[in-house]
Design a protein around this ligand. Structure first.
Ligand SMILES: Cc1ncc(COP(=O)(O)O)c(C=O)c1O
Length: 292
């Protein structure tokens, strides 16, 4: 199995919170593994177990050139002695960026396919012959095994809280939380994509409970221009947050959620006296002082 480190819940001290009479806690899941960090650890947990238990030798997955999922899958496969193949959207550009060169260092074979063909999310014909018996994990790692893993993560949340917040990409993490968390808690997902209409269906597919549960909501206003887009305001927020609380955030996922949470606090969205628990889902790749 993958190595796992226990992670703390960090209380945030801030005048803004005092004024709004709310408490903010951050579950530092970014610290659970140097490379397979945050939600990735939990999303890969049962995919890897299933692959190993059934004697698969190669994990195959999909992602963009900066994908946290590609990064994490390469590291996870190498840790459990599986081979890995990454099908990457777009052209190979050299030198490879740090995400992809890390993936190659961990032994992942990279195949680049044009954006059009990538959309089909299918293993290209030419590769099918080469790969004997691949274990295929979808883009972003969101499948029912991922949901099961995130349910285990939800069980590790022992502190008292009223609202649970997480960033949303493909919806797997949010689906797992909806499945497992008590319906008296309110779950807020912060989509990082501008075109996020597809998410509701994804979540309904991944979580049966999500259909009837009324305790979850997508907060669509915090994509900051779309996937991997940023603004100077967001970058300043990241800097300030690191300075004040010594917590690193990245602009693709966690900073968007956290800035959304602060915006909502400012708008008195949260009930006075309540506790917000935000999940740091990782995604820092090589930015958080990992060894090697
Ligand atoms: C750091 C980080 N946070 C959050 C997410 C969103 O997770 P999901 O795709 O399960 O919605 C991702 C992507 O998977 C991620 O890399």
């Amino acid at each position: 199995m993958l190595h796992y480190r226990d992670t703390p819940v960090q209380k945030i001290h801030d005048e803004v919170l005092e004024r709004a009479q709310v408490s903010l806690l951050i579950k530092r899941e970014d610290l659970n593994h140097p490379y397979v960090s945050g939600n990735k650890w939990w999303k890969l947990k049962y995919n890897i177990k299933d692959a190993v238990d059934n004697n698969f030798k190669t994990l195959v997955t999909f992602g963009g050139a900066y994908s946290n999922h590609i990064f994490a899958t390469a590291a996870a496969a190498s840790e459990v002695n599986l081979k890995s193949v990454g099908i990457i959207r777009g052209e190979r550009t050299l030198p490879l960026n740090p995400t992809l060169s890390f993936a190659e260092q961990k032994g992942m074979k990279l195949y680049f396919i044009p954006r059009e063909a990538y959309r089909e999310k299918k293993i290209p014909e030419r590769l099918l012959d080469e790969l004997e018996d691949p274990y295929v994990i979808p883009e972003g790692g969101s499948n029912l095994w991922a949901v099961k893993g995130v349910r285990d993560f939800a069980d590790t949340l022992k502190c008292e809280y009223d609202y649970l917040c997480c960033p949303v990409g493909t919806g797997g993490t949010l689906a797992g939380l909806i499945e497992q968390v008590n319906v008296r808690k309110i779950i807020l997902g912060f989509p990082v994509l501008k075109q996020a209409d597809f998410l509701i269906n994804e979540i309904l597919n991944l979580s049966k409970k999500s259909k009837d549960a009324t305790n979850w909501r997508l907060m669509y206003d915090y994509h900051f221009g779309g996937y991997a887009k940023t603004t100077s305001q967001l970058l300043e927020f990241i800097e300030r947050f690191k300075l004040l609380h010594n917590i690193p955030l990245e602009f693709v996922y966690t900073a968007k959620m956290m800035m959304g949470v602060y915006d909502l606090i400012g708008k008195n969205f949260f009930k006075p006296g309540s506790t917000i628990l935000a999940i740091h889902t990782g995604g820092l790749q090589l930015q958080n002082g990992s060894p090697e």
